[in-house]
Design a protein around this ligand. Structure first.
Ligand SMILES: Nc1nc2c(c(=O)[nH]1)N[C@H]1C(S)=C(S)[C@@H](COP(=O)(O)OP(=O)(O)OC[C@H]3O[C@@H](n4cnc5c(=O)[nH]c(N)nc54)[C@H](O)[C@@H]3O)O[C@H]1N2
Ligand SMILES: Nc1nc2c(c(=O)[nH]1)N[C@H]1C(S)=C(S)[C@@H](COP(=O)(O)OP(=O)(O)OC[C@H]3O[C@@H](n4cnc5c(=O)[nH]c(N)nc54)[C@H](O)[C@@H]3O)O[C@H]1N2
Ligand SMILES: [Mo]
Length: 756
């Protein structure tokens, strides 16, 4: 039997603290996996479901975007993938009775953890204007309501269509088609808050916003630099790949303000050696200050330039542009400034340089530690400079490896979920579907919040995700959402965004990855693209959580017909009936998808083309890989303040909280903790276990406050602190965003710690 959801709420947040761990996975991980899975699914369903994860005839793990290896284990999942599956395949249900018992005013006071623990949504629910209670409605009525509000807008640009990254390729393609046929490019997505900085930097420098390495490259590398990433929690299967790379002779440099257990030692639960001893992964740990990465890579670049024979001159000559200007800027890099910016010692940087110079094949992997800074885009460009200098792009064992978050966030972008679509994409859409898509740019996440706040956007529609909790400046975002005429969420689980609504609101419950998708044309499968551009099928087998659920493609197809009417020449009914017909259209519109249906029917799927990786061709404005030369930046820290990063615990998936522990960091039974360097704690007079408010100070003079955090002395870099998101989103000003990519600066918030 599955366990019952918690009853009491707010859940007692009473953090207990032990020493951080120095190894990840191993037997305890298996124990935790099974315990959590069985609480949600019971014993039998746990066994049935977990064996199907990431198998060639199974479903794609909704956990993360890390690719599946060619030779799969019987259990190709990890602790946190299993938690993500259990969260979806849970036997708990949210029924209309639940909404009768819990008015919106009640839901608004519940924690995100409690909301998520209630189980799967089962019926379309409608909140009428002036009402405090969601009531069950038919799908017909729900689509009528959306059509009514969209029809009342004075411009299609008053509607916003958000996407989170679990949406399949098929659903995403239909969704963007619908939004554009309706007349807007307002297609913000979670990527705007995530890897947008990577996309911005990579498109400009190498001509394509995706990583250039495949799994095999990791196994061939001499040196892998993992910067600003915590794979032990967020991409656990990456640890097996790093272990294999090390067995092949690779060295690993970890760049992080925190010593993360997974990067220290990995106990592979699939090998006897792993279970006992494990593999030490990191050879050199650079404990950098928050936001110091651009300075670090700039100095390494200067040192490479100064080393005889270290630059790959032939590659630079033949394949790059902008070298002289970049080299002139890099030569200016200053040791003292770099030591200040990074907090590193000269010895450590020298050691890193030695490893860089002896490596013939280097890969840099990164995630949110690089992308969520004001100067994230120039930081990632500097990483590209670093790789270009030694010809480390477009050959085996080398390249850029931005490690994506949501399991299909990369695929959604490929399908056209983007507020600034390329003209060539719109041309192809126009030719295939015979309507004129809007050409002006739409709103990203931050701009959408502003538009809602200012009454310029009136309908907010979300394909998955939890916009209100994931977005910055919680109070501003919530007030913005409440100004909307209508908010609509296509969701699997209850979350905060269902409790902070426009005048009218709809919850549209949908099938998850694990569930069978039966349409007029028979049983359907969908496709996804992983972080390395590999596309494959995903087939759910479980009976859907409720007979009332519709699939995401079905929801979009039916809504589109209702809103666009019979005038729309797009065959929405056919698309809904047989997803292969959607894939035929994707093949016609998006490069790399020719013969999509045939290719994806092969076990394991296929890999999308990537010009820099495959042929050292760089489709940039200059036709070459571009060196860039931006001024070095790093966050300023006023006296008596700390720089706060907002990050994930081991027991959460973004805004979905699985539990209240962060095992590897030694935190139990609570999330309101702030990790502070022991010297900083002493200087600030903050005792271990004391409670503080986190108060963010920003140039607009507004004080943003998150109350009641337990101080935990922790071995983070000096001057830096860490606390969990989404609780700390209240501290991040809406206008504090990365240059160029407009991604909220979630990893460098200047805070003062006020004792309670
Ligand atoms: N279990 C689980 N898996 C997930 C997710 C989840 O929430 N739970 N989320 C998914 C998503 S959407 C994403 S985007 C990814 C996120 O994956 P990560 O990017 O690993 O997630 P974060 O917890 O934000 O961790 C950021 C890491 O970067 C480090 N860091 C922070 N600032 C800096 C800096 O300035 N420089 C350097 N060098 N390091 C820094 C932090 O100490 C931390 O180790 O994971 C995906 N997978
Ligand atoms: N302060 C701070 N803020 C951050 C970050 C940070 O590091 N710090 N990270 C940012 C990042 S990297 C990201 S990606 C965003 C995440 O932002 P989002 O993607 O918007 O948030 P999630 O928490 O992943 O969304 C969870 C919800 O998705 C729904 N869901 C789950 N599976 C499905 C499905 O298959 N279909 C549908 N339709 N719905 C489904 C469930 O209802 C669940 O409640 O947050 C960003 N915000
Ligand atoms: Mo993300």
């Amino acid at each position: 039997m599955a366990g019952k959801p918690p009853t009491g709420d707010p859940v007692q947040d009473a953090p207990e603290v032990a020493a951080p761990q120095h190894a990840a996975a191993g037997l305890p991980a298996i124990g935790h996996t099974l315990r959590m899975a069985q609480q949600q699914m019971g014993v039998k369903r746990t066994a049935l479901t977990l064996l199907r994860v990431n198998q060639k005839d199974g479903f794609d793990c909704p956990g993360c975007a890390w690719p599946e290896p060619e030779h799969r284990h019987k259990a190709e999942f990890c602790e946190n993938g299993a938690k993500a599956v259990a969260e979806e395949a849970t036997l708990r249900r949210v029924t209309p009775d639940f909404f009768a018992a819990h008015p919106v005013s009640d839901l608004a006071h519940r924690s995100g953890y409690w909301l998520g623990q209630q189980g799967r949504l089962t019926q379309p629910m409608y909140l009428a204007e002036g009402s405090d209670r969601y009531e069950a409605v038919t799908w017909e009525r729900a689509f009528d309501i959306v059509a009514e509000e969209l029809g009342a807008l004075s411009s299609p640009d008053e509607a916003v269509f958000y996407t989170s990254g679990r949406t399949s390729n098929e659903a995403a393609f239909l969704y963007q088609l619908f939004a554009r046929e309706f007349g807007t490019n307002n297609l913000p997505d979670c990527s705007n808050m995530c890897h947008e900085s990577s996309g911005s930097a990579l498109v400009e420098t190498i001509g394509i916003g995706k990583g250039s390495v495949l799994l095999d490259d990791l196994y061939k590398a001499d040196l892998i630099i993992v910067a600003g990433q915590n794979p032990g929690t967020n991409h656990p299967r990456m640890l097996s790949a790093l272990e294999k790379a090390k067995a092949g002779g690779a060295k690993i440099i970890t760049v992080n303000p925190l010593p993360e257990a997974g990067m220290e030692r990995f106990k592979n639960p699939q090998t006897p050696h792993g279970m006992l001893k494990g593999t030490a992964l990191t050879d050199l740990f650079l404990q950098i200050r928050l936001g110091g990465d651009q300075a670090l890579f700039r100095l390494l670049n200067k040192l490479i330039l100064e080393t005889q024979g270290a630059v790959d001159d032939a590659f630079v000559r033949e394949h790059t542009h902008g070298y002289e200007e970049f080299a002139a800027a890099a030569r200016e890099a200053d040791w003292d400034e770099t030591l200040t910016a990074t907090g590193l010692s000269r010895e450590k940087i020298d050691e890193a340089l030695r490893m860089v110079l002896t490596s013939k094949r280097t890969i840099v992997c990164w995630a949110m530690g690089l992308t969520q800074h004001k100067h994230a885009v120039p930081t990632i460009r500097e990483v590209v400079n670093f790789l270009l200098l030694r010809g480390n792009i477009g050959r085996p064992g080398a390249g850029v490896c931005p490690v994506r978050g949501h399991s299909n966030v990369q695929g959604d972008r490929t399908m056209g979920i983007f507020e600034r679509p390329a003209p060539a994409f719109l041309d192809a859409l126009e030719k295939e579907f015979g309507f004129a898509p809007p050409r002006h740019h739409g709103l990203d996440v931050v701009r959408a919040i502003r538009a809602l706040r200012d009454g310029e956007a009136k309908v907010f529609f979300a394909m998955g995700g939890n916009f209100v909790a994931a977005s910055p400046d919680t109070e501003v975002t919530e007030a913005a959402m409440r100004r909307a005429r209508l908010t609509v969420h296509v969701s699997t689980k209850l979350n905060r965004s269902h409790a902070v609504t426009g005048a009218r609101a709809l919850i549209l419950p949908t099938l998850g990855r694990t569930e069978r998708d039966l349409q007029g044309g028979g049983e359907q499968f969908v496709t996804v693209e992983d972080s390395m551009g590999m596309v494959h099928a995903s087939r759910g087998r479980l009976t859907p959580a409720s007979p009332h659920l519709l699939s995401e493609p079905a929801i979009v197809a039916r809504l589109a017909r209702r809103v666009l009417g019979e005038d729309s020449r797009t065959p929405w009914e056919e698309f809904q009936k047989d997803y292969a017909t959607i894939r035929d259209r994707i093949a016609a519109v998006i490069p790399g998808f020719d013969d999509f249906n045939a290719k994806v029917s092969k076990p394991g799927g296929f890999t999308l083309p990537h010009a820099p990786r495959d042929e050292r061709r760089f489709p940039t404005a200059t036709g070459k890989a571009n060196f860039t030369a931006a001024p070095v930046e790093y966050p300023e820290l006023p006296a008596g303040r700390l720089l706060l990063q907002t990050l994930r615990s081991h027991d959460q998936y973004n805004t979905t909280i699985y539990g209240l522990d962060d095992r590897y960091r030694g935190i139990k039974n609570g999330r309101r903790v702030v990790l502070v360097n022991p010297d900083d704690a002493a200087e600030l007079g903050l005792a271990d276990g004391s409670y503080v408010d986190l108060v963010s100070e920003w140039q607009d003079g507004v004080e943003r406050r998150a109350s009641g955090f337990r101080v935990v002395p922790y071995p983070t870099a000096k001057g830096c602190a860490a606390a969990y998101y989404p609780e700390t989103n209240v501290l991040i000003p809406l206008d504090s965003t990365a240059d160029t990519s407009n991604t909220p600066v979630s990893k460098a918030v200047v805070v003062r710690l006020e004792p309670k």
